[in-house]
Design a protein around this ligand. Structure first.
Ligand code: DGJ
Length: 726
């Protein structure tokens, strides 16, 4: 899968569908030749045809001899060539990848080839989450050296054989005596010889988390970044580059993603010569890392995907990548849960009796996981974070857990370990555990709370010990791990001055350490992370959490847009989605949206009417029947809610024996003709559908479609099940 031709110095990474090719040029620069559909040609003369920049030689003056050298390399013009590791302050005037500030305060950074090795498997990244690959993959490790000193770069490339994905990360090593400072360290750069693409990304805000946005590439920069320190509502570290000729089902689409949960940056730069540079990695916002002799710095992991079959294929690659190479498997006995969370039903206002009665109702409703959200240690959000002690005057945890288990219902508990209330014993005893800038007279609060300094191991140990006291003592099956505010005035009381500008990275590494300790100690707990609604929904956390709460917006209408957008990149099995009592839709209707996720309820079941209870029972039945295809099948977007009056999507099982379709009309009664063409079926199989209860061939559903014209009231979600007729 990885090949090096020592004569032409060409590296080729290839699986059965894609090729990624670059070579080492005469002056040691890694020049990119090709990324795309598999090609057999590997000889340089043929590849010469691909080079569209053959107009500018690279030349330099040797200062000692005052002699000018001119390199006539047809692929390499310096200024605009596609390269693997873009340099800084040198010939390349596009965005750089790594910036090192040297002791003489010069930041010329330009890595040149030294050697390579090919190793079995993919090395894991110490303290950082990364994709899980077995020994069947190979990794190319290229070593480069900076022109200014004894600074080395190891650049890692892994190609998967089951998915069209190339995984990248970099390690910077200082082998010299002088201290250096790293001011930028991205994970991946991709240069493309065209600007004919649109950038498709996710933006959001509280309760409108992750909505799709499309940007055209022009002769300028599109920067998609987040600097909130982790509660990334505003942007998400994923991207699709959609060729202008492509659509959902046809054409070239390149995907990018970063396995990281704090500040990141994606730059898409259209160049004057109509080429595009895209790079992705940790943000350079307030970032500086000092490296002394023999110290190294590892960047987070990033990846690129390739599809020649449109955006939906890219969606499938992302879904399979997360499901097969990132998520931990769900604990035994926790695969088939339907959850009820206490938050929207009673907020802080509950006691033992109330919780017992909610659990009793769960039993009758076919809900088999009860989650006690915030409030078991406090009565409001002004206090308590950091003091992980049960309020026994309010709740007898032992009793309610025993009661749930006797009824065959699993029990879950909410925590927020990364934060600290200023009204807490922990803060009184250890004000140095909070992040704030001591030299200021204030620190910004959100929801009356501060952020615990997770770069401080002592603070991490303290909360971990407190939390494990509870999780060791009680028989808890599920944990919701919340994170309700972003980082501001982010300054640690314990880090050294020269470490302060690495605070965001050290904070997230502390977070990962806490998650890592938790999942190792409690491998049988189903873990759902959350960040004040649908923030921090990223692949860094998907390495630890089985699922992530997708949004505090639980009303069905807005939820359908959030889920449609989120599903473009993330598999439905991670998508925390519940039915609440919020406006507009009935329980059954809201359930038909929430079931395309982890599915559950967020309400007080003791307040439901008999007819609402019936709706819960019917919805649970539909979900249980289809759970497997929703969580493990292939997802197809059918009608885009941002482009018309309708929203529709579909899941199909991998064997093409059944499908489930969701359809909703947003704006008016739809008397007009509306055929939805179904996707992903076997054209030669016969299928029965639950709309007209008739049987048709797969090619009928896929080419003619299902007629949704009549009776589609506005805001009335419809579910259609399709089964193979044997
Ligand atoms: C924010 C979450 O999004 C809610 O679901 C709930 O857990 C609250 N935090 C509790 O404080």
């Amino acid at each position: 899968m990885i090949h090096f031709d020592s004569k032409s110095k060409i590296f080729k990474l290839q699986n059965k569908n894609i090729s990624y090719i670059f070579y080492v040029n005469e002056v040691g620069v890694l020049v990119k030749l090709y990324f795309g559909k598999n090609i057999n040609e590997l000889n340089k003369e043929n590849l010469r045809m691909m080079n569209n920049l053959e107009f500018d030689a690279y030349s330099r003056l040797e200062l000692s001899s005052n002699k000018e050298e001119v390199f006539y390399d047809p692929y390499f013009s310096g200024l605009a060539s596609p390269v693997e590791i873009p340099s800084h302050m040198s010939f390349d005037k596009r965005d750089s990848m790594i910036v090192i500030n040297h002791e003489d305060n010069s930041s010329v950074t330009d890595f040149r080839y030294v050697d390579y090795e090919i190793i079995k498997g993919k090395p894991s990244l110490e303290g950082l989450p990364s994709l899980r690959c077995g020994d069947e993959v190979e990794t190319l490790v290229i070593t480069l050296k900076d022109v200014k000193g004894e600074i080395y770069l190891k650049s890692f490339y892994t190609i998967l054989d089951d998915l069209d994905v190339i995984i990248r990360h970099n390690e910077i090593i200082n082998k010299g005596k002088p201290h250096i400072k790293i001011n930028k360290a991205l994970s991946l750069n991709l240069d493309i010889n065209s600007m004919d693409y649109k950038a498709l990304s996710l933006h959001g805000v509280y309760a409108s988390d992750r909505l799709i946005e499309e940007n055209e590439i022009k002769h300028n920069k599109i920067v998609i970044d987040d600097i909130a320190g982790g509660k990334g509502f505003y942007h998400n570290p994923v991207l699709m580059l959609k060729h202008n000729d492509s659509s959902e089902d046809f054409g070239e689409v390149i995907g990018l993603g970063l396995i990281y949960s704090t500040n990141f940056k994606i730059t898409i730069q259209g160049h004057q010569l109509d080429t595009t540079r895209i790079n992705i990695g940790m943000s350079d916002y307030n970032f500086e890392v000092e490296l002394c002799e023999n110290e190294s710095f590892v960047t987070p992991e990033a990846f690129i995907t390739y599809s020649s079959e449109g955006t939906t294929k890219t969606t499938h690659i992302f879904h399979d990548l997360v499901r097969n190479h990132l998520l931990r498997s769900r604990p035994k006995g926790m695969e088939n849960v339907i959850l009820l969370n206490s938050w929207e039903g009673c907020m802080f206002d509950f006691n033992t009796e109330k919780v017992m009665s909610m659990i009793d109702e769960c039993k009758d409703l076919g809900v088999n996981l009860f989650v006690l959200d915030d409030g078991w240690f406090r009565n409001d959000d002004y206090r308590g974070l950091g003091d992980w002690v049960i309020d026994e005057s309010k709740i007898d945890l032992e009793k309610v857990i025993k009661h749930a288990h006797e009824l065959g219902i699993k029990f879950g508990l909410w925590i927020e370990p990364e934060q600290i209330s200023f009204d807490s014993k922990l803060y009184k005893d250890h004000p140095e555990y909070a992040l704030y800038d001591k030299s200021l007279k204030y620190v910004t609060t959100f929801r009356h709370q501060l952020v615990l300094d997770l770069s401080n191991k002592e603070a991490r140990d303290n909360v971990f010990e407190q939390i494990t006291k509870i999780f060791d003592k009680y028989d808890i099956d599920y944990c919701k791990w919340d994170f309700n505010r972003m980082l501001t005035e982010a300054h640690s009381q314990t880090l050294k001055t020269n470490e302060q500008k690495n605070i965001f990275h050290l904070f997230v590494k502390g977070t990962y350490d806490l998650f890592d300790r938790f999942v190792r100690r409690y491998p049988n707990i189903l873990l759902e992370s959350c960040s004040g609604g649908g923030g921090r929904f990223d692949m860094g956390l998907m390495y630890y959490s089985h699922q992530i709460w997708a949004s505090d917006e639980t009303d069905g209408i807005a939820r359908s847009e959030i889920q449609y957008s989120t599903n473009m990149f993330y598999p439905l099995i991670v998508n925390g989605a519940h039915v609440s009592m919020r406006r507009y839709l009935s329980i059954k209707e809201k359930a038909s949206i929430a079931m395309f996720g982890t599915f559950g309820y967020e309400l007080d079941p003791t307040k439901l009417s008999d007819s609402q209870k019936k709706e819960v029972l019917i919805s649970n039945e539909i979900f249980n029947r289809n759970r497997h295809i929703i969580h493990y099948g292939d997802y197809y977007p059918l009608l885009n809610p941002f482009k018309g009056n309708f929203v529709s999507w579909e899941v199909v099982d991998k064997n093409k024996t059944r499908a489930l379709i969701f359809f909703m009309n947003y704006r008016h009664i739809n008397w007009r003709s509306r055929f939805i063409k179904i996707k992903g079926l076997d054209k030669n199989k016969l299928y029965r559908n639950t709309l007209d209860n008739k049987v048709y061939y797969g090619d009928f559903y896929m080419n003619i479609g299902i007629n949704m014209s009549m009776g589609m009231e506005c805001f009335t979600p419809t579910l259609i099940e399709i089964y193979e007729e044997k």
